[in-house]
Each structure stands twice: as C-alpha cells, then as structure tokens.
Design a protein around this ligand. Sequence first.
Ligand code: FES
Ligand SMILES: [Fe+2]
Length: 350
Amino acid sequence: MFVKNCWYVAAWDHEVLADTLLERGILNQSILIYRLTDGTPVALDNKCPHRHAPLNLGRREGDSVRCMYHGLKFDATGQCTEIPGQDRIPPKLCVKSYPMVQRGRWLWIWMGDPERADPALIPDAYSLNHPEWRMKPGYLHYDADYQLISDNLLDFSHLSYVHEKTLGGSPNIAEVRPVIERLERGVRVTRDVNNTVPAPYHARLGGFTGKVNRRFSYDYLVPGILLMAASVKPAETPDDDMTGALQFHSCQALTPETDTTTHYFFMQAHKFRLDDATITESIYQSLCTAFEEDRRIIEAQQRLIRRTPPSPMQPIAADAALNQFRWLIKRLHDEEAAATPAVIPLQSVA
Ligand code: FES
Ligand SMILES: [Fe+2]
C-alpha cells in the first residue's frame, strides 16, 4: 500500500554523478535518474516507449538521453526529440517525468500528481549536510514490505532484544513507555530511558563507566522518514545539562522498490569530536551491525508471512505508534484511491 503524493528519497547524491544514468526501482516503477549539465537532477520513466528497452543502458547527449537499442532520443522533460530515419515524431511519444529535488545529500522524488509536488513538504533532514554534524551515508536493500520496517522503527522496545548486544545494551528499554504524539504527517515518539546501562559503543565513545540516561526523540513522517535526536549522558547530570553528553541526529528513509522490497537510506550524525574521522567511521560500523540485526529478523518475518496463510497480528500496548502510522498511511492511500478516476474497461467486441 503506497502513498503517492509525498516525497520519497530516491538516491544519495553521490550515487548520481555528472555522467551517471542510475536505474532505481521505486513503487513498482523503473526510474532513470541523472543530472543535467548544470547539475540539476532529473527523473524519467526508465522504460523506452518504443520497445521497452531500459534507458539507463542508453547514452547521455548533453541534457538528453538516447536509447541505445534503436536510437530514439529523449530530452530532460521526457519528450522524444529524434527518431533515426523518421521525420515525424508523434507528440505522444514520450516518457513520464517526475518532480525531483536535491536537499542536503538526498535526491527526493514525487511519484504522484506533479501539480501537488510542493518542495515545502520535504522533511527537514538538516544533519545530512550541516557544519555542526558529521556522518557517513548508509544504504541497505531489504527483501521486505516497507511497512514491516516502519513497524520496527516505530517501536524501539525491540532494541532490548534484536540489538541486545549492540545498540540496546540497556535491558530496560522495552519496559519504558514512550510518549507518542500525533502529527499532521506522522507521529512523534519520545522515550527517556534513565539510570540504565550504556550500549557498548556508547560506553566506548563517551568513556561512561557508570549508569547513563538515554533519550530518543523522533518524528516519523509519511511515507517512512525518521528524523531522530538521541543523546546519552551520565545518569547523575541534571536534565538540561548536556556537558559530557553524546549527541546524535539520525536521518533514515524507506522507499518501497516493490510491494515486498525496500530501499533503506540511513545515517547517524554526531555532534562531538567532529574532526575525528575514526568516530564517524565507528558510529557507521556500529549502525551497520545493528541494522543487519534488524534486517535478519524482518526479512525472516516477511518470509514467514509469505509462506503461511494470512492471519491477523495480535496487538500489544507497544504497537501504539506503529498502529497510528499504519492508520495514517491507509487513510492517505484511500483518499488518493478515491480521488483517482476509475479505469473503465473497454467493452469486448462480440
Ligand atoms: S527500444 Fe528504445 S529505441 Fe527501440
Ligand atoms: Fe532496530
């Protein structure tokens, strides 16, 4: 179930260099992403309308792309501008183009009605490119429905179990009830885990020898964008004193490739020891290890769902945020479906 009228992360900026023709599957479509000569990113349907060869196997010619099967050329709006050996170009011979915007280090794509593609709706993932923060970009491909991954990101009680020896560390995370607030385009989750054991990598980075207070506070926004401030500090320090605290800001984005596969773009920026590249690398490696733990359980969950008869999932209190988000996605999806004119099948001719 996809919402179309929203911004999805299509790629990291470094994936689309000046001469790249990147193919990326998004919402069951094959999308071609490249940059104009002035650096502006563009997104077109990757399927050549002639015989359906992939345009990403084509050739850049200035701001245009030539299909390298029979040579049709398309400009950056998707219009065919040249057919070798044919003077007349049918006006309808074109590929669809999609609104695309670069913000920070992410390229965002709008898969729905282009008239509604308002860049002001792009979530503020500020730490992707900010002088006070450092990070290393990450990406994982999932063989799982993006909604199963959203469920995971909306319930951090799993840290105590899935990430027992990595991000978790603190055995009481699952026992702390988060505060959940409804937002217009998502959910805000705040979880304070006080007087607890630090995660091993926090102990290593912060030199913590005793108990710590951990705070996770994040907005989870349509279609699956997590923007989180997290901190760890010695348990005895007052609430508003951040001396000696490790401060992180994490931006994560889920983009469905198909109904059951997902692109996962992630990073966790740090606000301390900015000039120490080994810190950035160490945080990145810790995150990769932990996110492999998530992937292992979620892909196994997806496989089990796929090969067993459908049955309802039984709710518990910890599902509150994920239930709210699933409800929001369904509402937006249903509104879009209701607004889309039904396709009336052609009458078969007897
Ligand atoms: S398939 Fe692209 S030109 Fe024929
Ligand atoms: Fe996790």
